[in-house]
Design a protein around this ligand. Structure first.
Ligand code: NAG
Ligand code: NAG
Ligand code: NAG
Length: 351
């Protein structure tokens, strides 16, 4: 049997779960999978037990620990240490009442890849809060964070790219120090905060940025300077947004998707707003105040595939064969075909 058939058997073999003895109040499950149960991981669920649950001792090979909904106010490195914690990959501390963490709180969790701190009462994240953990997923949404220093997310070797959710906090400033390397953040969700301008993001290797629902009134030139890898940008649901300065997006050449939907007070966009968006494939202007785009906009967007518009107009770029041109037959050219729920709309009406 070749290596590839062994490989498929490994994954076809179903996952088997079994309970094992556990700390009172918690449940411990072992999941084994692979041929001859060759892999196993232990999930420990101590959710909804109460604040007396910590410190909790967990089996040696624990991968998942759920400490959510326990009214916990304090967690520190002595709570999160001991056998079992060193191998932890996934820790859930959501729905507690944690007010503060320090730069050592998670320092013993050398294999931690996913940390859920959502729905707590955190007011600040100190520098290097997650320095020793190879985090991939970090959720700090629904807390009371007011100021973010981007250095909070710097990690030891900056190896893995992180997805960070900071949505639904009270963040009004985002700053960066100059003395540490920039964290390797791939996706950043700042939706539902109190940012009045785009700030502090220069040079972070972001691929996806969400700034929805912030009181930003103007997007300015150089706001996105140094975000060369950015492919998805969402600037929607911003009642205060009135203006996008010319060339605001000219420094994000990789951008594929731009969401400007539900911005009712954004009523006009100049042709130069679209300068430099050579990769842009999707533009969403659904329910925005913009009623028409300058005539030549589409020429600045050579990769454009679709524009969504008005209350429900969807335009798709298609090739059209044009018979009126030249003696030697058909000429193909690109046109925007737009439709709403009642049928076809002429592209001239919308562009
Ligand atoms: C760590 O937290 C536990 C539980 O809240 C507390 O009992 C302990 O005193 C704390 N230890 C330190 C060093 O702060
Ligand atoms: C953490 O626990 C909460 C509450 O049970 C759950 O909603 C959430 O999905 C969990 N987070 C992760 C990353 O699994
Ligand atoms: C960002 O957070 C908002 C609010 O929590 C959520 O609705 C949205 O799906 C998130 N977006 C991404 C790209 O994660």
């Amino acid at each position: 049997m070749g290596p590839s058939s062994w490989f498929s058997i490994l994954f076809i073999t179903s996952i088997v779960a079994a309970s094992k003895p556990c700390f009172p109040g918690c449940s411990c499950e072992i999941e084994t999978f692979g041929l001859f149960d060759s892999f196993s991981l232990t999930k420990v669920d101590c959710s909804g037990v109460g604040s007396h649950i910590v410190p909790v001792s967990i089996p040696l090979d624990t991968s998942y620990l759920d400490l959510s909904s326990n009214k916990l106010e304090h967690v520190n490195d002595s709570v999160l240490s001991g056998p079992g914690y060193t191998t932890l990959v996934n820790l859930n501390l959501s729905y507690n009442q944690i007010v503060k963490i320090s730069s050592t709180t998670f320092s013993k969790l050398r294999y931690l890849e996913s940390l859920d701190l959502s729905h707590n009462r955190l007011e600040a994240l100190p520098d290097h809060s997650f320095f020793f953990s190879p985090l991939v997923e970090l959720d700090v949404s629904f807390n009371k964070l007011e100021e973010i220093k981007i250095g909070a997310f710097t990690s030891q070797n900056n190896g893995k790219a992180m997805n960070i959710d900071l949505s639904n906090n009270l963040i009004s400033t985002l700053t960066r120090g100059s003395d540490y390397p920039l964290p390797n953040v791939r996706s950043l969700n700042l939706s539902g905060n109190r940012l009045r301008s785009v700030q502090g993001l220069q040079g972070i290797p972001l691929q996806s940025l969400n700034l929805d629902k912030n009181p930003i009134s103007k997007i300015e030139e150089h706001n996105f300077l140094g975000l060369k890898s950015l492919t998805h940008l969402s600037l929607s649901n911003m009642p205060d947004l009135r203006e996008i300065a010319p060339r605001s997006f000219s420094e994000i050449p990789s951008l594929l998707v731009l969401d400007l939907s539900n911005n009712p007070n954004l009523v006009s966009l100049s042709e130069e707003v679209f300068f430099g968006l050579r990769s842009l494939q999707e533009l969403n202007l659904l329910n925005s105040g913009v009623e028409s785009l300058p005539k030549d906009t589409i020429h600045h967007l050579p990769s454009m595939k679709s524009i969504t518009w008005g209350t429900d107009i969807h335009c798709i770029k298609t090739m059209k064969e044009d018979q009126f041109h030249l003696q030697n037959g058909l000429v193909r050219r690109e046109v925007l075909v737009c439709r709403n729920d009642r049928g076809a709309v002429s592209a001239q009406d919308v562009l």
